[in-house]
Design a protein around this ligand. Structure first.
Ligand code: IMP
Length: 179
């Protein structure tokens, strides 16, 4: 992307190690149960599949598609659901899996809408917890990494649909304009 450079933030090895730990934590906490993992498309794809592959308990899965971002890097605060959950979650343990939480608006809307369907429990698992711009109180039950600030790409995360394919995670840096 012209005008932006990228610096590595989390290597693929570091990501894989942490995702394995998270999968084991969740498996331990849900021992004897069969939670429904709901991935938030599109950014979650790599994290979701890596997480599930490392779990030691059976799980069911489904997806929601929600968009809160236009083409820039700041949250618009407007959330659209273009795909809702299809599996019946009533009386079930649900874990919402998301790539990154920033303002928290997307996840709180999603949690609110899932709770209306009468699940036994709803917990949240994110790969990256970015707290700089949090606008709503939301409990993150499981997180991979804390990041203070910046716009993060790679391992499923995009900027205008670019960089998703990268196996490592980078922070985008605006290039200094020549004077
Ligand atoms: P929130 O509603 O502000 O918490 O935004 C959550 C959504 O915004 C995530 O699912 C991402 O799609 C997107 N997002 C927020 N921060 C970043 C980032 O640093 N890189 C890429 N996408 C981001």
């Amino acid at each position: 992307m012209e005008g932006y450079g990228k610096e590595i933030l989390l290597s693929r090895d570091k990501i894989q190690k942490r995702v394995r730990e998270l999968a084991l934590d969740i498996s331990r906490d849900y021992q004897g149960k069969e939670p429904i993992l709901i991935g938030i498309l599109n950014g979650v794809i790599f994290f979701f599949t890596d997480l599930i592959r490392n779990m030691t308990i059976p799980v069911k899965l489904d997806f929601i598609r929600a968009a809160s971002y236009g083409s820039g890097t700041a949250s618009s605060g407007v959330i659209r659901f273009s795909k809702d959950v299809e599996i019946d979650i009533q009386g079930q343990d649900v874990i919402v899996v998301e790539d990154i939480v920033d303002t928290g608006l997307t996840l709180s809307k999603i949690k609110e809408s899932l709770e209306k369907k009468g699940p036994a429990s709803v917990k949240i698992c994110v790969l990256i917890d970015k707290r700089e711009r949090r606008e709503t109180e939301i409990t993150i039950d499981y997180y991979g990494f804390h990041v203070e600030e910046g716009f993060i790409v790679g391992y499923g995360l995009d900027f205008n649909e670019q960089y998703r394919h990268l196996p490592d995670i980078f922070v985008l840096k605006e290039k200094e304009s020549p004077t």
